[in-house]
Design a protein around this ligand. Structure first.
Ligand SMILES: O=C(O)[C@H](O)COP(=O)(O)O
Ligand SMILES: [Mn+2]
Ligand SMILES: [Mn+2]
Length: 530
């Protein structure tokens, strides 16, 4: 049988919805995608909630769970669910790590710090996990807790930070007494400090270190004042709010991080948690920025974010052990693979794809390429690096060296997160332009192309109005919509079942490559090969 290369394109954040209002996917001029949709076998897949291992169907999908599901052909209980279970069963508080961190602050009369994203977005963290830990800390005799908050507005409404600040402050105030003192110590927008990913922008992490650890930055008497002041000064939305340090009446920071303290990073998702973890956990060889002072603390993550690299060394919840991944299976069959994206999504097609492993399964059979992302607000460059990714991908397709090639175009998602409708339309159009070139390359080698997405985002750029005629508000988060799955240059029919999801893709890839899918995977999407 003729060996035909198979190319899989993930259009990050490009969901399917009939909704017209603020649907940047529908509004975009996208002749290539339209032609594929109109003339090729296609279906839609579930990319949120239970279909990707999240606690419920009200949880939107995200890149981590989406790429995990595509890349492993199965549905694993994901961090959000595992942490819930770990707290509900009490196992987290029986763990050696929790006990060690609590004992440390009790023995030294020192401070227990919590650092993480403050929202109920359930993509990187959940405020309920934070509350459960603070409550338990008090129960176990911890005297002083300081919380370092990262403001969201990206997985939750754009300017919702005060809702969560009020919530956690009310919660802590109700616990505070002459034996227990819990307060917010520092914070800032998640796209300004601390939560960089894939080493795109280490200075963001350095800025967070200064704010949380050293207590250096603009000072305010409260988080609410910080947020309101910044909003009034620049109209900036939550994810972009600059860092702030909370000080007492004398102007002293309320919670710098010092020797003998314990620190819990309560985000469960790994991509944006790894760099700050390394800053706390890394030894003297850490050289990403000058930490000035490296407090001798006990540090733990909510999960272990990379089990191979052991980041971080200590953690509260076992991450899902994702086995039988597509890559592992393909290299066993001698299939050569090529993966490419730009920095912002590079780890998505490698680390997330391979079940949160940053290494390769087979050095000889796998080639990974990264195009450096811009470090600017993406609404200013909505085309991002789509052209550069496409240059390389088309060369790789035509080279004849690879049997299976994959990429992620970030535009629908990264520009979608800015809440800027016009820019997001251009983002989707850039992906379409790229797709046109990929189709041509695939055609030239008589390959097979699959086009899909990991979750929606660009398909809803306005929050659903709460009341009729209420003013429209930009929506920055993902959606609950299904995603497209299209197959080009492969004569077949596709299943149309409502319960098909991203975890059905791995078997489909194997089927078109002509190799046996792993027995643990969900079935192929193909109904009949013609
Ligand atoms: O980290 C982010 O940018 C958002 O919280 C989720 O987006 P992603 O899941 O598409 O990366
Ligand atoms: Mn994504
Ligand atoms: Mn996203």
């Amino acid at each position: 049988m003729e060996k035909r290369p198979v190319v899989l394109v993930v259009m990050d954040g490009v969901g399917v919805s009939d909704n017209e209002l603020g649907n940047a996917v529908k509004m975009a001029y996208k002749p290539n995608l339209d032609e594929l949709w109109n003339n090729c076998p296609h279906t839609v897949l579930r990319a949120h909630g239970l279909a990707v291992g999240l606690p419920s169907d009200s949880d939107m999908g995200n890149s981590e769970v989406g790429h995990n599901a595509i890349g492993c052909g199965q549905i694993y209980s994901q961090g959000a669910k595992l942490v819930n279970e770990n707290i509900e069963s009490g196992a987290m508080f029986d763990s050696a790590t929790w006990k060690d961190l609590v004992e440390n602050v009790k023995a030294n009369d020192s401070v227990l710090h919590f650092l993480g994203l403050l929202s109920d977005g359930n993509v990187h963290s959940h405020i309920n996990h934070l509350k459960a830990m603070i409550e338990e800390a008090k129960k176990e005799g911890v005297k002083k807790v300081r919380v370092h908050i990262l403001l969201d507005g990206r997985d939750v409404p754009e300017t919702s930070a005060l809702t969560y600040v009020d919530d956690i402050e009310n919660f802590m105030n109700a616990l505070n007494d002459d034996q227990f003192d819990a307060e917010i110590a520092s914070g800032g927008g998640r796209m300004q400090i601390t939560m960089d990913r894939y080493e795109a922008n280490w200075p963001m992490v350095e800025a967070g270190w200064k704010i949380h650890v050293l207590g250096e930055g603009r000072t305010f008497p409260s988080a609410t004042e910080a947020i309101e002041t910044y909003r009034n000064e620049s109209g900036v939305v939550d994810q972009d709010l600059p860092g702030f340090v909370i000080v007492d009446a004398e102007g002293n920071p309320k919670g710098t991080i010092n020797d003998k303290d314990s620190v819990i990073l309560y985000n469960f998702r790994g991509d944006r948690a790894q760099e700050i973890s390394l800053a706390f956990d890394g030894d003297e060889t850490f050289d990403k920025f000058d930490r000035v002072k490296v407090p001798d603390v006990k540090f733990a993550g909510m999960l272990q974010y990379d089990a191979d690299l052991q980041i971080p060394k200590h953690y509260l919840t076992e991450p899902p052990k994702i086995n039988y991944t597509l890559t592992e299976q393909l290299v066993k069959d001698g299939i050569s693979e090529y993966a490419i994206s730009e920095t912002q999504k590079y780890g998505h097609v490698t680390y997330f794809w391979n079940g949160n492993r940053s290494g390769k399964f087979d050095e000889d059979l796998e080639v990974y390429e990264e195009i450096e992302s811009d470090v600017i607000p993406f609404e200013q460059r909505p085309w991002m690096k789509s052209a550069q990714i496409t240059d390389k991908l088309c060369d790789a397709i035509r080279s004849g060296k690879y049997d299976f090639l994959r990429t992620n175009y970030p535009n629908g998602d990264m520009v979608g997160h800015t809440g800027n409708l016009e820019a997001t339309i251009i983002g989707v159009e850039s992906v379409d332009l790229a797709l046109g070139r990929v189709i041509k390359a695939v055609k030239d080698v008589n390959g097979i192309l699959m086009v899909t997405a990991d979750h929606g985002n660009a398909d809803e750029m306005y929050e659903k109005p709460k009341k009729k005629d209420a003013p429209l508000k930009a929506k920055t988060s993902h959606t609950l919509n299904k995603v497209p799955f299209i197959i080009y240059n492969f004569d077949c029919t596709l299943k149309q079942d409502d319960d098909l999801g991203l975890s059905n893709i791995a078997s489909t890839v194997c089927q078109v490559l002509g190799v046996k899918p792993n027995e643990h995977w969900r079935e192929s999407i193909i109904e009949e090969v013609k």
